[in-house]
Design a protein around this ligand. Structure first.
Ligand code: ADP
Length: 565
């Protein structure tokens, strides 16, 4: 049973320590009397053996409770120590020449705390103490005055203890306590979340299932120029006016808050602007998360990204201008080094040729880096001009594979184009697969993937394949190269990411090719992914929506052109 009064563990630990100190002191004095009788004061303890055993037990119990205080329940440790001490004190009061009186005093002081451990504890001690008095009165003859005193010093502290500690938990108290604990907890949570929401520098608006604003934090109020008092209770469309980049308001299909309420899927976008109460417009990063079940409400978090976007644009412009300007002199250096290396235009010795070859390779690398930087800055700046056309994929990939075949041959790698192989094997022309995509983008992505496959393969082959079903066209580039460690795969399509291993360190690269390939593929509405077995090879897959042959024919006819190959 737990204590009737709520007492922190701190006090239970103190009880153990007090029991320990008392029992240790008694045992020490008793031992001193036996071992060094001459050095002890004349007042003898004269403790009975049961009392010594009681204090010894108290010492052991309270010491254990103190040592293991972190592991055992503090209440039970303290209760055990206390009971042992009370029993030892009662035993110590057994009549003796002098000591018993001192122990009566200590007992009285300790017994006052019997109720500290609850009423059962008090009852048990009272029963033992009464039985003990009964025993004393029955066995030892006492003068009447002393008998009364004995009863008084034994039982009075227990009565006092009852009065002091009797506060019981009534059902009402329990409810009250549970309620106040809950209220405390809730108010702490509410305070904490208020503090957090008020401290967030982003705007936060909570709306309910009807689209009514329920909460708007101070940052949001400042950003859109609405006070909480005015905004709460209004439809979010009057408060948080989301518009497109041209400042036109959105219909329900375009409104991302409506979409989140309809789909319950968290959505983010940097493509919208928000109109403030004074009619100013700022570019916003918006993130809308659903709350609870479908259509229950949403939390909108928004941030002004006008400056960020302008800075990003300036940065991209700087990179693009710088790389464009630097590409020209590098091209000149590359050209002149080419001339110097050409035996028909220059006579140089072998040593100079070796140096110039290295310089030529580095100039080529630099040129590629500038080109990649230029492409990447264009991609980041969303200036990728996507010029979709109908493409006959099998023929298109064949053309790219053929153009890169010499590169593979120079490394003694077999370049395989599966549709052609199958055509020879089964004497059947592979099906036509059409997609709508930008020809230059697709060529660049395929070039990147096939060049990588050649670059990162020492021996074996590079295989390109085109397959598909009614919905999708899949292009795969497979190699038998060095492969990619699994931990690098999630980062592979990030800007400047290169696998760092001895194998890749020897091979030059910028870490931009796959990033650019992903951006270009996504700009064309496609999807790129990779599978790899480290040390055995890699497979890059491009997926695009398939255009039915009928539709492709119609579109080609409409454009009065031919399919791009
Ligand atoms: P890089 O210019 O370094 O080739 P990419 O973006 O094209 O840059 O590729 C990023 C990294 O991915 C490369 O550095 C290489 O470690 C790894 N990688 C790309 N393609 C392959 C491949 N076919 N086989 C093994 N590793 C590859």
């Amino acid at each position: 049973m737990a204590s009737s009064v709520n007492i922190p563990d701190f006090w239970y630990r103190r009880v153990c320590k007090i029991s320990l100190a008392l029992s240790a002191a008694v045992i020490a004095i008793w031992a001193g009397e036996i071992l060094l009788p001459s050095s002890m004061p004349a007042v003898a303890f004269d403790l009975s053996w049961p009392a010594i055993a009681g204090f010894g037990l108290t010492l052991i119990v309270s010491l254990t409770a103190v040592i293991f205080s972190r592991r055992i329940n503090a209440f039970y440790g303290a209760q055990a120590s206390y009971l042992a001490l009370a029993a030892a004190l009662l035993l110590a009061t057994l009549p003796g020449p002098a000591g018993s009186l001192a122990f009566w005093v200590v007992w009285s002081a300790v017994a006052v705390f019997a109720g500290f451990f609850g009423s059962w504890n008090l009852l048990a001690i009272s029963a033992v103490a009464s039985a003990y008095i009964g025993y004393l009165l029955a066995t030892v003859s006492q003068p009447t005055g002393r008998t009364a005193l004995l009863i008084w010093v034994t039982l009075a502290p227990l009565v006092i203890s009852f009065l002091v500690w009797r506060r019981r938990k009534t059902p009402h108290d329990e409810k009250e306590q549970a309620y106040s604990a809950l209220a405390r907890q809730l108010s702490q949570i509410a305070n904490k979340s208020d503090i957090v929401i008020n401290a967030i520098a982003d705007g936060v608006v909570a709306i309910d299932h009807k689209g009514i604003v329920q909460l708007i934090n101070p940052a949001g109020q400042t950003m859109i120029g609405w006070s909480a008092n005015d905004a709460i209770g209004l439809d979010y469309r009057s408060v948080l006016k989301i518009v497109n980049e041209r400042g036109e308001s959105l219909d329900d299909e375009q409104d991302i808050i409506q979409q989140v309420l309809k789909t319950n899927i968290t959505t983010s976008s940097n493509d919208f602007a928000i109109m403030t109460s004074t009619g100013k417009k700022f570019l916003a990063s918006l993130s809308v998360s659903p709350v609870g079940s479908l259509g229950s409400g949403a939390i909108v978090v928004f941030r002004d990204i006008t400056q960020e976007t302008a800075e990003g644009r300036q940065q991209a412009e700087f990179i693009s201008t710088a790389s464009h300007e630097m590409r020209t002199p590098v091209a000149a250096i590359e050209g002149y080094l080419g001339l110097a290396l050409n035996p028909q235009t220059a006579n140089i010795d072998d040593k100079a040729r070796a140096y110039l070859t290295k310089a030529h390779e580095s100039a080529q690398h630099l040129g590629r880096l500038f080109q990649d930087l230029l492409d990447v800055s264009r991609a980041d700046d969303s200036r990728l001009n996507n010029n979709p056309q109908v493409i006959d994929v099998v023929a298109f990939v064949r053309e790219v594979v053929t153009s890169l075949a010499p590169q593979a041959a120079s490394k003694q790698l077999a370049m395989i184009y599966k549709p052609d192989i199958e055509q020879v094997r089964s004497q059947r022309i592979s099906p036509m697969f059409y997609i709508v995509a930008d020809v230059d983008h697709l060529r660049e992505v395929l070039n990147n993937l096939i060049e990588n496959a050649i670059k990162y393969t020492r021996q074996g082959d590079v295989t390109a394949d085109v397959t598909g079903d009614d919905e999708t066209v899949t292009i795969t580039i497979t190699d038998t190269g060095i492969g990619i460690p699994p931990e690098d795969i999630p980062h592979l399509f990030q800007k400047f990411y290169r696998v760092d291993s001895t194998a890749t360190r020897e091979i030059g690269g910028t870490g931009l090719g796959l990033y650019l390939s992903r951006r270009l593929t996504e700009a064309m509405g496609g999807h790129i992914e990779v599978k790899s077995q480290y040390g055995q090879g890699s497979q890059f897959t491009l997926k695009f929506n398939r255009l039915s042959n009928k539709e492709a024919a119609e579109r080609i006819e409409d454009n009065a052109g031919k399919p791009q190959t």
